[in-house]
Design a protein around this ligand. Structure first.
Ligand code: CP
Ligand code: NVA
Length: 314
C-alpha cells in the first residue's frame, strides 16, 4: 500500500480535496478492508502518534470507528468532551488548539458550529479532522462512496436521491463528493430544506469538470425515479432540536417507505448514515429490507477512517 505523496493537512470538508485525492482515499480504504479480511487488522503505520477526539455531541460510529482505526494503526487515543477540558469553562478554542498542537499529532472534532473547526485549523499546527459539524460530515461521505463503489461496481455515473433535509451535514457532504465524482445528486424535499446558495456555488466548478449534476425538487416521485441510491437522514439533526415540531410536520410527506423504493426501481439500494428514526424519515420495513445497505455503510466507516488517518498523518 503506497501512502506517499499525500499532502498532510486538515480535513474539514471534501471541497478542499481533488477528485484524484478522493479516489486515492477510497482506494486505500479498499486496501485497508482487504487487509482486515485477510486477518491483518493491526498495522504499525502510525506507531507512537496520538489522536485526540473532542466531541461536543454524542457519537457511536464516528467515535468508535476513529478510535479503533487509530488503535489499529498503532496510535494512542485520547477522548474528551469539551466540558472536561478548560474549553467548558470558556478557554478559547484558539488557545486550546495551540496547546494541544504541542502534545498530540491530530485532533478529530465533532462540533455544533463549523466555524469552531475553522478556528482550530487556523490556529492549530496539526491536522484537524471534521468528525461532523452543522455543515459537513466528510468521513460519512467517504464511507458512503466506498459502499456505493462496492455495490454498484463504479464510482461515477451514479444517480443518488437524498430525500428529506437536503441542507443537513450529510446531504451537503454527499453533494460535495458527488460533484467531484460526477454523480447526479437529487435533493428531494421541501424547498426550505434545499442546500444553500453558497454550497451550490462552491461545487459549480467541480460539476463542470466531472459532468455531475444537482437537481432539487419537491416532487418525491420524480425525485426518486430510476435512481441507484435512495438516501435519507434524520429530520431533526443534533443541534436543531428546538425546530423538531415544525421539521417533523414539514418533512412528513417525505418518508422513505417501500412504496418510495418501488418508484425508485429495482436497482435502487437504500442508504442511511444512522442513527435512524424508524417511523419518521424511513419505515422499519425499508431499513430492515434486503435493499438496505446501512450496516455495510456503518462498517465502511472503520476502513475509510483508517485510510484517512494513514494518508493524512503518515
Ligand atoms: N453516522 C454517524 O456519524 O453516526 P454517529 O453519530 O454515531 O457517529
Ligand atoms: N444529520 C445528523 C447526522 C448524524 C450522524 C445529525 O447531524 O444529527
Amino acid at each position: 500500500m503506497s501512502l506517499r505523496g499525500f499532502k498532510r493537512r486538515h480535513l474539514l470538508t471534501l471541497l478542499d480535496y481533488s477528485r484524484e485525492e478522493i479516489i486515492r482515499m477510497l482506494e486505500v480504504s479498499r486496501e485497508m478492508k482487504m487487509l482486515y479480511y485477510s486477518g491483518v487488522r493491526c498495522l504499525d503505520i502510525l506507531k507512537g502518534r496520538t489522536l485526540m477526539l473532542i466531541f461536543e455531541k454524542p457519537s457511536t460510529r464516528t467515535r468508535v470507528s476513529l478510535e479503533v482505526a487509530a488503535l489499529e494503526l498503532g496510535m494512542n487515543v485520547i477522548y474528551s468532551n469539551p466540558s472536561e477540558l478548560q474549553l467548558g469553562r470558556g478557554e478559547p478554542v484558539k488557545d486550546t488548539i495551540r496547546v494541544l498542537s504541542r502534545y498530540v499529532d491530530a485532533v478529530a472534532a465533532r462540533v455544533f458550529r463549523h466555524e469552531s473547526l475553522e478556528e482550530m485549523a487556523k490556529y492549530g499546527t496539526i491536522p484537524i479532522i471534521n468528525a461532523l459539524s452543522d455543515k459537513y460530515h466528510p468521513l460519512q461521505a467517504l464511507a458512503d462512496a466506498l459502499t456505493i463503489w462496492e455495490i454498484k461496481g463504479k464510482l461515477s455515473d451514479i444517480k443518488l436521491a437524498f430525500v428529506g433535509d437536503g441542507n443537513c451535514n450529510v446531504a451537503r457532504s454527499l453533494i460535495v463528493i458527488g460533484s467531484k465524482l460526477g454523480w447526479e445528486v437529487r435533493i428531494v424535499g421541501p424547498r426550505r430544506y434545499w442546500p444553500d446558495e453558497k454550497l451550490l456555488r462552491d461545487v459549480q466548478e467541480d460539476l463542470k469538470k466531472s459532468g455531475g449534476n444537482i437537481i432539487m425538487t419537491e416532487d418525491l416521485e420524480y425525485g426518486v425515479k430510476n435512481v441507484d441510491v435512495v438516501y435519507t437522514d434524520v429530520w431533526v439533526s443534533m443541534g436543531f432540536e428546538s425546530e423538531a415540531e415544525e421539521r417533523i410536520r414539514e418533512l412528513s410527506k417525505y418518508q422513505v417507505s417501500m412504496e418510495v423504493m418501488k418508484i425508485a426501481g429495482d436497482n435502487a439500494i437504500f442508504m442511511h448514515c444512522l442513527p435512524a428514526k424508524r417511523g419518521q424519515e424511513v419505515t422499519e420495513e425499508v431499513l430492515e429490507s434486503s435493499r438496505s445497505v446501512v450496516w455495510d455503510q456503518a462498517e465502511n466507516r472503520l476502513h475509510t477512517a483508517k485510510a484517512v488517518l494513514a494518508l493524512l498523518l503518515s
